[in-house]
Ligand binder design. Structure first.
Ligand code: A3P
Length: 257
């Protein structure tokens, strides 16, 4: 019964042209009527763009790098997902690495559809026929938003210069961090630390939902892993489609460090 239940959950449904998890779509009215308070903060990431990373960074800033306080609960409870019907700050990651990361995630996530072969997934991702919709629409939509209300962050920038980017987030949150606090946050939100941290690595989620033996949730955390997966032909094909889909958008993604 559990397996068939999970199977049912793993089917996506469409709302406003975007595929989402069944539970989200069934609860859409409530989610759509959510009213934010003026001082609410939203983290708006495309899947696999570094959601958990920025959640942990924001939490550490809020708690002045108090590690014990940050351990109070698993990160998905500290910052609940609105689409999971419990309760702007977008973080974007280059499309190619996002695609690879999402592919592995769909393989290990038993409540998302099976991604099929890499070739099949490549097409589905480009067509936006994946959960939470099209990477292109997500990035374009947020990029064109009001600069004063939205802090647009890049995964690749945080990777390159975490200290600088964390300071930017703190500033946006109206927080002034002293040097030791800042250094502590950099250290505690590193890939290695977050991979070991049970509050961020999803180790508390049962294997029937997230099977980390297929692929760990905190998997590789690099820029440029796409090079290990894209064939030369796929890369050329992708670059061409990208140019068309992102026409007129002045946004520059870093594809390697
Ligand atoms: P990879 O699959 O490329 O390793 P999300 O939280 O949005 O699901 O994103 C998951 C991706 O962010 C995974 O990418 C994961 O490894 C990476 N990630 C999580 N924490 C990170 C950290 N501290 N530093 C770098 N990458 C991190």
């Amino acid at each position: 019964a559990l397996t068939s239940d999970l199977k049912k959950q793993s089917q996506l449904k469409e709302v406003a042209g975007i595929l989402l998890q069944t539970a989200t779509v069934d609860n859409w009215n409530q989610i759509q009527n959510f009213e934010a308070k003026p001082d609410d903060r939203l983290i708006c990431t495309y899947p696999k763009a570094g959601t958990t990373w920025i959640q942990e960074i924001v939490d550490m800033i809020e708690q002045d790098a108090d590690v014990e306080k940050c351990q109070r609960a698993i990160i998905q409870h500290c910052h609940p997902f609105i689409e999971w019907a419990r309760s702007p700050q977008p973080c974007a990651r280059n499309a190619k690495d996002c695609m690879v990361s999402y592919y592995y995630f769909q393989r290990m996530n038993q409540v998302l559809p099976d991604p099929g072969t890499w070739e099949e997934y490549f097409e589905a991702f480009i067509d936006g026929k994946v959960g939470w919709g099209s990477w292109f629409d997500h990035v374009k939509g947020w990029w064109e938003k009001d600069r004063y209300q939205v802090l647009f962050l890049f995964y690749e920038d945080i990777k390159k210069d975490p200290k600088h980017e964390i300071q930017k987030v703190a500033q946006f949150m109206g927080k002034n961090l002293d040097e030791t606090v800042l250094d502590k946050i950099v250290q505690e939100t590193s890939f290695e630390k977050m991979k070991e941290n049970p509050m961020t690595n999803r180790s508390t989620v049962p294997k029937s939902i997230l099977d980390q033996s297929i692929s760990p949730f905190i998997r590789k955390g690099t820029v440029g892993d796409w090079k290990n997966h894209f064939t030369v032909a796929q890369n050329e094909n992708f670059d061409e489609i990208y140019k068309k889909k992102m026409e007129g958008i002045t946004i520059n993604f870093c594809l390697e460090l």
